[in-house]
Design a protein around this ligand. Structure first.
Ligand code: HPA
Length: 260
């Protein structure tokens, strides 16, 4: 049974290009610890679009933690412990699908996980029982719908579909690896989508990804991938991401918890 209750703070995990959230009216900042260690950054509490928000910087502030060393468990645990029911993961990604070029915004609907060696479950150690969560649909459909509607209301072009291929990093992929990912059905490639999504599912949090394409994936353009290109795409696309976040906040805050 889902529980309809008053609005809860929305968790926003900011990635590359979103280390701080301009427009957030900050009301507090807390350093927290969790049974899984320290999260990547303090929890920044504030108001965005009239909605209570808790912002966490995935790579730390300043940006210093590489994707394979992010403590995803601590991040998700800290947000849940702070009362969050819904988490938006903002991710910089590479585009594979022909319409997903630099500065394009994508709200993906599926994931393929190629990461390894990351702390990827809360179900380890001394357990009473073995748990296998259902992960057929890794992103919460109602949260995706709120983001898609916000983008449509604002006339910000987005793709409301896409398979996110989560790679280990921190290096970018080879062109052959991207051909393989494409053959597997991936439309996007990024290094931080997993295990964030499955850990959120283990905690029964609503979870959605707001992806900003910052480069064509390896071999998908006539040049190699440069930091200048990535920075230019962030500059061009991040304002749309922020506008969608502001517009969507109230709707995300009102979402019910996942069934227990
Ligand atoms: N590959 C993996 N992760 C990324 C990319 C990419 O091309 N761009 C941004 N994050």
């Amino acid at each position: 049974m889902s529980t309809a209750s008053a609005s809860a703070p929305v968790g926003i995990i900011g990635g590359t290009g979103l280390t701080t959230l301009s427009g957030l009216e900050i009301t507090g900042e807390r350093e927290v610890q969790t049974p899984w260690g320290a999260p990547s950054s303090p929890l920044v509490e504030g108001i965005l679009g009239e909605q209570r928000v808790i912002f966490l910087s995935r790579h730390g502030n300043p940006h210093r933690i590489p994707p394979h060393q992010v403590n995803y468990r601590a991040n998700l645990w800290a947000l849940q412990n702070a009362g969050v029911r819904t988490v938006v993961g903002v991710n910089a990604v590479g585009g594979i699908h022909p319409v997903m070029g630099p500065a394009h915004i994508v709200i993906p609907d599926q994931i393929i996980d190629y990461t390894w060696g990351r702390g990827s479950t809360f179900f380890e150690g001394e357990l009473d029982a073995v748990t296998h969560i259902d992960f057929s649909f890794p992103y919460t459909e109602s949260a995706r719908a709120v983001l898609v509607e916000a983008a449509s209301k604002l006339d910000v072009p987005i793709s409301d579909f896409g398979v996110y291929g989560a790679t280990q990093g921190p290096r970018l992929e080879t062109a052959a690896e991207i051909v393989r990912l494409e053959r597997d059905g991936c439309d996007l490639v990024g290094m931080t989508g997993m295990p964030e999504a499955s850990l959120a599912a283990e905690l029964k949090l609503n979870y959605v990804c707001l992806g900003l394409v910052v480069n064509w994936a390896a071999g998908k353009s006539d040049h190699i991938i440069t930091m200048e290109e990535i920075e230019a795409a962030i500059e061009q696309g991040m304002s749309g991401v922020k506008r969608i976040l502001v517009e969507a906040m109230g709707g995300l805050g009102a979402l019910s918890s996942q069934p227990a």
